[in-house]
Design a protein around this ligand. Structure first.
Ligand SMILES: Nc1ncnc2c1ncn2[C@@H]1O[C@H](COP(=O)(O)OP(=O)(O)OP(=O)(O)O)[C@@H](O)[C@H]1O
Length: 716
């Protein structure tokens, strides 16, 4: 028997034993009658049994995916089997399968060859030797594949990528998948990082940022089960379709209960707005469908989104709040009926004295309640029943009128107040660019919107900041951990505001500056985010390997970045080779027909998900109509899409962010469609492809697109 056969045989026997063991445990559990009574202790025990049953039922389909033979110093070597959930033996003693999140399992991921290995356990650093690292594929209880990634006794001592490459070569459906069997060492470090840290992760396209973030949630929940609740963790994603795309992997990882939201939806909930003013289809089209409407990226702080997201804007808001607070108590005594007065000075003493520690809205509430109590005491001194009645009526009216003289302490009202007062100042301050620290143009534009009752997405961070300063943030509004995906599109103020809602700065902030296509609002450097935290509260990681696309696709996309943006943040491919990138010339008049020809060719292969990426929404609609008429059923994806169903999708390139497809066809790659500022956009489009990438182009390729003759693995 050769090595592979004997390894297979060995694993087959071991699998049979494990399945028998799990089956016995399941039978034993099922034989206990389900408790449906009212005894609390019994109910808790029953819930425990139910969750154990569910875990075993999952385990019996795929009990483990890896094996690591480890010899702890001073002990005997033993094989450890690692699975998505841990399984103890029947007597609850030795583990049969170790949970992938357990400390010892970290060796399976962090070991990259060498003479010794170590992992961090609660009792300290454990050192030893690794003899074998083996990937095992089991589907529905059947052993399908055994691949040794490291074997101390064999010739080549380095850990091989063979199994990873096999996994990456698979086709994708419409869902993000878990990667527990092939987590890489650089990813594992992030997944297992300590809880109370704001992690900032710069990861190139396809480096697994989204995937890693979800695994990190699963790890945190396992490691800190006593302190963290799934319902108190949240993922902020750019849109609803993206949430749909990631949602299936969550229960698979055992974190089905976590919250998933867009920033806009969450903000609207906190602020009590009827609707979330997100980057809706119209505003996206405004930024992406035409060149000249997008503002000048070089005048950074004159872009409203950049200005309103900057930490400097927080100082403006603070200044305004101070003004409001100091003018809060109306400039008059309170007189509930003629002849009885509560002096303004006493009211100010209450407001600034005893209640000083409360947020201002609460202070107002408390002071008004106290004034009411004071009036009631005074009423008791009334000389007759008739006078009492008369005074009571008066007091009610005057209390109401007096309360109205206080400023309205709600976020939206205050924000309007700020722009109203600034805009009044703007009219009189000729020649100055800044009014109260705000650029004049921004004052004008915002005031116009606010007058119409429109709150824009870029206003939300400021509104939430005001909210968090004037109200108490109650326990049920706080988060145990916050994930921000596509964080390059977030502003520093958004993160600073979120920090007020998060316990212990527990953040995973992930993004890619090279994909910063919302430059009118996002960050330009991660320093902007890091500066929000004390050095000991934050950590920075960079992921440079890209797992999604073939080498040919990554080399091609890198070239676009190099020429168009001049960035250093280039992806390093995993050694997985595929088809060359194809550039196909197609004149404007025949482009639709050419696209459908290419699509037919791609469809003849084995791919399951295919995307056609147009430059604008309008072009996506045209192409979609054309394809449907030609009998090729495709899904059109628009900005307000809630579901992603896979198959053939037609969408504008800016909506493809975060998604991936087996094959991608980018249409209209010419200078007219992709101007000098669009290299990042095209980069995003190209890096959505796993296996196959096509570009259809007109006469003039954008300057940053390597031509067909150049050596980046492209073909005509
Ligand atoms: N360790 C891994 N093993 C197997 N597949 C992996 C691994 N890491 C990432 N992948 C795969 O690479 C692809 C990209 O992952 P993901 O979407 O999480 O990356 P990303 O960094 O968020 O990408 P982008 O920024 O381009 O949207 C996914 O198909 C994911 O399953």
């Amino acid at each position: 028997m050769d090595h592979f056969q004997s390894a297979y045989q060995e694993e087959k026997e071991r699998l049979d034993r494990t399945l028998r063991d799990i089956d016995n445990q399941l039978r034993a559990l099922r034989s206990i009658p389900v408790y449906t009574g009212h005894d609390f202790t019994e109910q808790v025990l029953e819930a425990g049994r139910e969750s154990h049953r569910q875990q075993l039922e999952r385990s019996i389909r795929e009990p483990y995916f890896g094996r690591l033979d480890f010899e702890e110093q001073g002990k005997e070597a033993q094989p450890l089997y690692i699975g998505k959930v841990g399984v103890g033996d029947q007597d609850g003693g030795k583990p049969v399968v170790i949970d992938w999140r357990a400390p010892v399992a970290s060796l399976f991921y962090s070991f990259t060859g060498g003479d010794s290995a170590a992992y961090e356990a609660p009792e300290g650093l454990i050192e030893g030797l690794v003899y074998l690292k083996r990937n095992i594929v089991i589907r529905k209880g059947i052993l399908e594949r055994v691949v040794d990634t490291y074997n101390k006794d064999s010739e080549g001592p380095a850990v091989s990528d063979e199994f990873l490459v096999y996994r990456l070569g698979e086709n994708k459906d419409n869902r993000l998948r878990d990667i527990v069997s092939t987590i890489q060492a650089e990813q594992d470090l992030i997944i297992r990082a300590a809880r109370n840290t704001a992690l900032i992760i710069q990861g190139v396209a396809g480096s697994g940022k989204t995937t890693v973030a979800l695994h990190r949630l699963a790890f945190l929940l396992y490691q800190y089960k006593e302190q963290i609740k799934a319902e108190r963790m949240v993922i902020f994603a750019p849109n609803h379709m993206f949430i749909d795309y990631i949602s299936e992997v969550l229960p698979e990882l055992g974190v089905g209960d976590i919250q998933q939201s867009t920033f806009g939806d969450w903000a609207a909930r906190v602020l009590g707005l009827d609707q979330a003013p997100t980057d809706g289809p119209e505003s996206l089209a405004r930024w992406f469908d035409g060149g000249d409407k997008r503002g000048d990226a070089s005048k950074d702080m004159e872009l409203p989104g950049r200005f309103k997201g900057a930490i400097a804007f927080k100082s403006v808001l603070d200044g305004y709040l101070e003004e409001v607070e100091s003018g809060c108590v109306p400039e008059l005594d309170f007189e509930p009926w003629d002849g009885t007065k509560l002096s303004r000075q006493t009211i100010v003493e209450w407001f600034e004295g005893e209640y000083r520690h409360y947020p201002v809205a609460r202070r107002k509430e408390r002071v008004l309640a106290r004034i009411h109590r004071w009036a009631e005491m005074e009423l008791k001194k009334s000389p007759s029943a008739a006078a009492l009645k008369e005074r009571k009526k008066k007091a009610q009216q005057r209390e109401k009128a007096y309360a109205k003289k206080w400023p309205e302490l709600e976020a939206v009202a205050l924000y309007k107040g700020l722009f109203h007062s600034v805009s009044a100042k703007a009219k009189t301050s000729s020649g100055h660019d800044l009014v109260f620290g705000i650029p004049k143009e921004i004052v004008k534009e915002t005031q116009t919107y606010l007058k119409k009752g429109i709150i824009q997405e870029e206003d939300l961070a400021a509104l939430l900041y005001l909210y968090s300063r004037i109200h108490e943030i109650e326990g049920n509004m706080t988060f145990d951990h916050v994930v921000i995906d596509e964080a390059q599109d977030f502003s520093p103020l958004q993160v600073a505001v979120l920090d007020r809602f998060v316990r212990g700065h527990s953040f995973s902030i992930l993004g890619d500056l090279s994909q910063g296509i919302h430059y009118y609002k996002g960050v330009r450097s991660w320093n902007e985010m890091q500066a929000l935290f004390a050095p000991e509260e934050t950590a920075y990681f960079a992921l440079t390997r890209s797992y999604r696309s073939t080498m040919e696709i990554i080399d091609f996309a890198n070239e676009i970045l190099k020429r168009g943006v001049g960035t250093e943040l280039l992806a390093v491919p995993v050694f997985r080779s595929g088809e060359p990138v194809r550039l196909k010339p197609a004149a404007e008049e025949v482009r639709l027909a050419a696209i459908s020809d290419v699509l037919k060719q791609v469809l003849s292969g084995s791919h399951r998900t295919i995307a056609l990426l147009t430059r604008t929404m309008e072009e996506a609609e045209q192409l979609h109509a054309y394809l449907n008429e030609a009998g090729m059923g495709a899904n059109l994806i628009g900005g307000d899409q809630r579901r992603y169903t896979g198959g053939i999708s037609v969408l504008p390139v800016y909506l493809s962010k975060g998604l991936e497809f087996d094959a991608v066809i980018v249409t209209d790659v010419d200078r007219e469609h992709y101007g000098p500022g669009d290299a990042r956009l095209l980069y995003v489009g190209c890096t959505r492809a796993l296996h196959e990438l096509w570009l259809l182009h007109g006469q003039d390729l954008p300057v940053y697109v390597p031509g067909p003759q150049e050596d980046t693995g492209t073909a005509v």
